[in-house]
Every structure is written in C-alpha cells, then in structure tokens.
Design a binder for this molecule. Structure first.
Ligand code: BDR
Ligand code: CA
Length: 311
C-alpha cells in the first residue's frame, strides 16, 4: 500500500476525494493537512475531521496549516460554489477527534521522514502548505515520491478568471515555488477535470449503497443543482477526486513532461499556469502535465469505489 497524505480545503470535491482515498486499498491515508482555500482554515479543518468521522476513520490525524497565502491575500473564497460552510449546506456530525496539535508543515515533515518508503502527497487546495514544506523542510520534501496537484490549466483558460484556475489563483507565489521545484509532480488541471463529469445517475449509485454514500450524495446536491441551473448540465465536475484517482492508480491520466511557470504578476494573467506545450521537457524541474483522460473509466472508478464505503 502506498502511504498517502492529502493536503486539502474541503470543499465538496475535496470531501469526495478524501472518501475515495479511504475506499481504496492501494493507498494508506496517513495524514490529512488542511489549508485555507474554498472557505476559512478553521472551517476546512473542522470539515476534514467530520468527513473522516463520517467514514469511520477519525483515527487519521488532521493537522491545520496555512491560514492565508504567502504574499497577497486570496481575493475571494468559494462559499458560493461549496456552500458557506464548505460542504454544500450539509451539517455532518462532529468528530470525537480533535485536530492534531502540530502545524501542518511539521506534521507533513514528520510523516514524510518517518516513512521508510516514498510517500504520495495529493495537494487539492492552494499550494501554501507545500511551498512552506519545501522552504522549511527540504529533506522531508525529498521523501515525496509523487506530488499530485489539482490545479491549473494548459489549454482551457481558467475557472475563476479568464486565465486562472482556483487553487493556483489562490496562492500563485506558492504554486510557482512548488511547480518550479524538483519534486516529482503531476499536475491535474482543468484540461482533464472539466471533461470528466459525474452524472446524477452515477451519484444515485453510491447514494443507494448506504449511509456514507447517501451523505456524499447530499453533500454534492447543491453543486448538482448549481450545475443544472447555471449551465444546464446534468452532473458535476469533481476536480479533486480525479487528482486522487491519479494518486491511487498512477497512469490513469495521460501525462506529458512540460516546463510550467505560474504567472505571479498582479495583472489579468495572475495565477495562470503557463505550460510550454511546444516540446517535451527533460529538465529536472519539469512537471508531468495531465493532458488526456478516459473520463468514463475515471467516473466509473470513483462511483464504484464510493459505493464500497458502505460495503
Ligand atoms: C479547485 O477549486 C476548488 O474550489 C475545488 O475544491 C478544487 O480543488 C477546482 O478549480
Ligand atoms: Ca479543493
């Protein structure tokens, strides 16, 4: 089993991503770290604790991380997408567990250094904690076997501005440091997440499996309604769950090694991932950019795994 850490800001699709990891025998979830992002840090930390408790896994430690971006404040949270409390208006029962007293960056470093085998880190929120880890604990960062990041866009423009995807836009300076580092990184961006739609039929399948699946479906409901009303689409894009699929089953996505720079200027391009698609890169700091996906297979993987949580 691959040791796994999830750095997250739950978040509707983050909650699904954590549940997917818990449903997957290929990985062993060792730690969850939280980061400001979709909503405020205290709320995402509480949400992470409650999502783990929902799945009966309050034994997994949750360590709270950065409250704010490295340099400039994130311009806007995403309560309008995820619900003001982050989980689509669903109030999960409180966990008996409290947050780990260690700051996320310390918990991350200790978990990485304690593991005899390289650890997969799935970063599905702004990259603030990961940038801090690289700066403060470079030897621990060397223990990351694979860093799977949900963020950015190579060819589809942004989802929060014309140029930028939400996680990168939330802390472009952090993203620039992480994507410019030599940590082996897979970038799962809008190119592959947007075509991968979880339909209402798929949601109904895990909703029917039992209480955990039913609660996951309830968390998704506001998101489904929004997609139907705003875009006329019968389904939702669960970005972070696709990143977790790649973390759990490496090779799910077709990737190409590219040089990537994040725009950290303060203009209209801020937060854009500039992916050099002219050639394949051999640079040590290049990023494996996810460019192709079998969306039907990815959705089937997610749905069937989530249905197992009640099994
Ligand atoms: C990303 O932004 C957040 O709102 C989601 O949780 C996901 O991590 C998608 O752009
Ligand atoms: Ca997220």
């Amino acid at each position: 089993r691959i040791p796994l850490v999830i750095d997250t800001d739950p978040g509707i699709d983050d909650a699904l991503a954590v549940l997917l990891a818990l449903a997957s025998p290929e990985v062993e979830l060792r730690l969850v770290t939280t980061v400001h992002g979709n909503v405020e840090l205290d709320q995402v930390t509480e949400n992470a604790l409650r999502v783990l408790h929902l799945a009966g896994r309050s034994d997994v430690p949750v360590a709270a991380g950065a409250r704010a971006s490295l340099v400039h404040p994130q311009p806007e949270r995403a309560g309008h997408v995820h619900g003001l409390a982050g989980l689509g208006g669903v109030e999960l029962p409180p966990s008996p567990a409290a947050a780990d007293p260690r700051p996320a960056v310390v918990a991350l470093a200790e978990t990485l250094l304690a593991s005899p085998v390289p650890v997969t880190v799935a970063a599905i929120g702004p990259l603030t904690n990961i940038a801090l880890l690289l700066a403060v604990y470079p030897a621990a960062a060397d223990r990351i076997g694979r860093l799977v990041v949900m963020g950015g866009s190579a060819s589809r423009g942004g989802n929060v501005t014309a140029a930028a995807e939400f996680n990168i836009w939330s802390d472009p300076e952090a993203a620039r440091a992480v994507l410019g580092s030599a940590v082996p990184t897979v970038l799962v961006g809008l190119d592959v997440t947007l075509p991968t739609v979880l339909t209402e039929t798929g949601i109904a399948r895990f909703a029917a499996a039992g209480p955990v699946g039913r609660t996951a479906a309830a968390i998704l409901q506001q998101y489904v309604d929004h997609a139907r009303d705003a875009y006329g689409v019968a389904g939702v894009v669960v970005h972070d769950a696709l990143a977790l699929t790649e973390a759990i089953a490496p090779g799910t996505l077709g990737t190409v090694r590219r040089d990537v720079v994040v725009d950290t200027t303060l203009g209209a391009g801020r937060g854009q991932t500039l992916v050099d698609r002219r050639s394949v890169s051999s640079s040590a700091t290049a990023v494996e950019v996810a460019e192709t996906v079998d969306s039907d297979a990815a959705v089937e993987f997610l749905v069937s795994r989530l249905a197992r949580l009640d099994g």
